[in-house]
Design a protein around this ligand. Structure first.
Ligand SMILES: Nc1ncnc2c1ncn2[C@@H]1O[C@H](COP(=O)(O)OP(=O)(O)OP(=O)(O)O)[C@@H](O)[C@H]1O
Ligand SMILES: [Mg+2]
Length: 194
């Protein structure tokens, strides 16, 4: 375990926030606004630069989204992270596991059906979530990667259609079985780029 233990995540985020938030509630509100501005800018610019995918591109994505919010934007985490009962990848293996996933994404074969697309996307979503590359903001960063990867294969994943509680439940389930996540992705996936 690194310098900071997992128990003081909220404290750590507050300490390293660039928005001058004094309470976690304030941070959540300011963070949502700052994130929304940057993600809208990115949507306008497009994501051509994200591919071929690499750790560098993933860090750049996180940096862009969180640069106004956290001092650690764009930095791969160096501490252990736990959410509820889920213990994510050990910090020492994050880099190599992320590299492995990038290599797989680069070699992704053509998808012949929406079922196959959903299965592959659920696989990557689960793996990237278990790697959980960043101290905070991994969920948002990964959703964009998955959506853009789908677009490269001519499928559009509209994650905004998913309700929060079923998403969270599917993500918890995905730690041991990603079938529910596959279904949720399938239902919000269509052919085409938009
Ligand atoms: N108990 C859990 N087990 C496994 N994965 C989880 C669990 N709880 C949440 N997650 C995943 O972790 C993500 C949250 O991670 P993080 O807080 O780093 O990112 P975020 O960008 O703030 O995400 P979000 O916008 O989804 O809240 C969720 O999107 C979900 O995919
Ligand atoms: Mg979060």
């Amino acid at each position: 375990m690194g310098k900071y233990n997992v128990e003081n995540q909220d404290e750590y985020l507050l300490k390293h926030n660039l928005l001058d938030a004094d309470t976690f509630h304030e941070l959540e509100q300011l963070e949502a606004v700052a994130f929304s501005i940057r993600s809208t800018q990115l949507e306008e610019e497009g994501y051509d630069w994200l591919f071929p995918i690499s750790i560098k591109c993933i860090k750049q994505l996180h940096y862009y989204l969180f640069q106004d919010i956290y001092a650690f934007a764009g930095e791969i985490r160096s501490v252990q992270l736990i959410k509820d009962n889920t213990r994510f990848c050990q910090a020492a293996f994050v880099h190599q596991n992320l590299e492995g996933i990038c290599e797989q994404i680069k070699k992704e074969p053509i998808w012949i059906s929406r079922e196959q697309a959903a299965k592959r996307l659920a696989y990557y979503k689960t793996e990237l979530n278990m790697i959980h590359p960043f101290r905070e903001g991994s969920g948002r960063t990964i959703r964009i990667i998955i959506r853009e990867h789908a677009k490269m294969h001519n499928f559009y994943w509209n994650f905004n259609e998913i309700d929060n509680s079923s998403y969270k439940y599917a993500m918890i389930e995905s730690v041991t079985n990603n079938r529910l996540l596959q279904t949720i992705i399938f239902e919000t996936l269509k052919e085409g780029k938009s």
